[in-house]
Design a protein around this ligand. Structure first.
Ligand code: NAD
Length: 451
């Protein structure tokens, strides 16, 4: 396929986050029997959207107005939960779709939170630390009555981190004296109520999910991570931690990228070396003994496992036909479009979807929230053990439902030879979403429609 054809195909595809999440939702609801009429409309809509414009004085004395969003999609299971991202491309539509994803993710991993998300339209790369602190504090003041330990609990996401969470906590705490406010945000620094292993949780969780998935023997000759060739797009919190976990399990990381491009080494990369190079040079590009590749080329590399761990919609109709991995592990949120899902399924490429794969982050965020309530700090081993168990249960839950479609006519042992591209066998994303929607629907009806 020529580059021109590739571009044309991608051009025709909708990248509207709301359209995409509705397409995924519709597909999943077809798997659910007896969905109460009218409830679907409730589940499709966010519960609350806050759009905030606020001024911030920059270091040069000028004033800039920033736009920010905080969306709560659903609170049937508990307070809204979801990250805050700082990125120039943040839109309200994207934040709404990510808030919905959080509802399904929390329901799938059985944690008592609903779904929420936030974003500030800004370019972190052009802002000083002091400017970021002022943006964060002002945003928190504007959200002071919106977020709260029992209403809506932010966490880090793209281009936000532990420091951002520390500023949010501090600002909120000043505005709400005489309370234990630590549980208002998760992903805090360890020294002020953060959980051990939270920083590692999303990336390691992805790898635990991949490991469990491979153990199901759906991919011939690849029942564990040892020797698996892995390509990772993104080397931030999620990508870097996943790289370490893959490496620890004996996988060979052949390529890694960041916003400036990627590096490839057939013999494999040691994530600690990549980390050291990136912290010195600000990018992975230029690492000695590596070949420089583009982010687009990384996605199409010959490998066993491809892990998008950066932005959304990276795998689309225009490049899904060129993906050569056997398994895609979605570290990022929404990295694969519905059109790409169709192509990948027809080509027999499995996708371990975001709702399962990267749920480790919110799982350990929940552990942090629990520790904050009890004023405890669990050790890293304890948190990691709970995380591994939770990721295994999530994969098993989705896999078992998938198998019930496959096994319709055959024995479980024959699942390996089933025609998984068949239209009668849904993909893992659709199944995971259906399970989550069923749980949220059931809880909504158990609570009773008020009044
Ligand atoms: P981060 O800001 O720590 O890292 C982002 C990485 O993506 C960086 O390496 C950056 O250089 C790279 N990147 C940015 N633009 C890129 C581009 N155009 N092409 C390739 N790489 C690019 O963010 P993060 O917390 O690691 O989040 C990454 C993804 O994982 C996001 O989609 C986020 O929503 C998702 N996620 C994060 C968490 C979490 O706990 N942090 C949890 C669940 C899902």
């Amino acid at each position: 396929m020529s580059d021109k054809q590739t571009d044309n195909q991608a051009d025709e595809e909708s990248f509207d986050p709301v359209v995409i999440s509705e397409q995924q939702f519709e597909k999943a609801t077809h798997l659910i029997q007896h969905l109460k009429k009218g409830l679907v409309d409730f589940l499709k809509q966010p519960k609350r959207i806050n759009v905030i414009n606020f001024p911030v004085e920059l270091d040069d004395g000028s004033v800039e107005t920033f736009q920010a969003y905080r969306v709560v999609h659903n609170r049937v299971f508990g307070p809204g939960k979801g990250g805050i991202r700082y990125h120039p491309d943040v839109t309200m539509e994207e934040v709404i779709s990510l808030a919905k994803l959080m509802t399904w993710k929390c329901a799938l991993v059985n944690i008592p939170f609903g779904g929420a998300k936030g974003g500030v339209v800004c370019d972190v790369k052009n802002l000083s630390e002091r400017e970021l602190r002022r943006i964060t504090r002002r945003f928190t003041v504007e959200m002071a009555d919106v977020i709260g330990p029992y209403t809506d609990i932010p966490a880090p996401d793209l281009y936000t981190n532990e420091q951002t969470m520390a500023w949010i906590f501090d600002t909120y705490d000043v505005l709400h004296p005489n309370h234990n406010n630590r549980p208002v945000v998760t992903g805090k620094p360890i020294g002020m109520g953060g959980s051990w292993w939270r920083h590692e949780a999303t990336g390691y969780g992805c790898v635990y999910a991949a490991r469990r998935f491979l153990s199901k023997a759906l991919i011939p000759g690849q029942q564990d991570l040892a020797g698996a060739h892995v390509a990772i797009q993104g080397f931030g919190d999620v990508g870097a931690m996943a790289a370490k976990a893959f490496f620890r399990d004996g996988a060979r990381i052949i390529a890694i990228s960041d916003s400036q491009g990627g590096v490839y080494r057939e013999a494999g990369l040691d994530p600690s070396d990549v980390e050291a190079f990136k912290s010195e040079h600000g990018t992975v590009v230029g690492m000695p003994d590596t070949m420089t590749i583009t982010n687009a080329e990384l996605l199409e590399l010959e490998c066993d496992i491809l892990m998008p761990a950066a932005l959304g919609y990276q795998i689309h109709a225009g490049n899904a036909g060129n993906i050569k991995a056997s398994l895609i592990v979605e570290g990022a949120n929404n990295p694969t479009t519905p059109a790409a899902d169709e192509v990948l399924k027809k080509r027999g490429i499995y996708v371990l979807p975001d709702i399962v794969a990267n749920a480790g982050g919110v799982t350990v965020s929940y552990y942090e929230w629990v520790q904050n309530q009890a004023n405890e700090q669990w050790d890293a081993e304890q948190v990691d053990a709970k995380l591994q168990s939770s990721m295994s249960i999530a994969v098993d839950t989705v896999f078992n439902r998938w198998q019930s479609y496959v096994v319709g006519e055959q024995s479980p042992e024959d699942a390996e030879t089933a025609d998984t591209a068949s239209e009668d066998i849904p993909d893992f994303r659709t199944i995971a979403l259906a399970i989550a929607i069923e749980r949220v629907t059931e809880a909504t009806l158990l609570r009773g429609i008020w009044p």
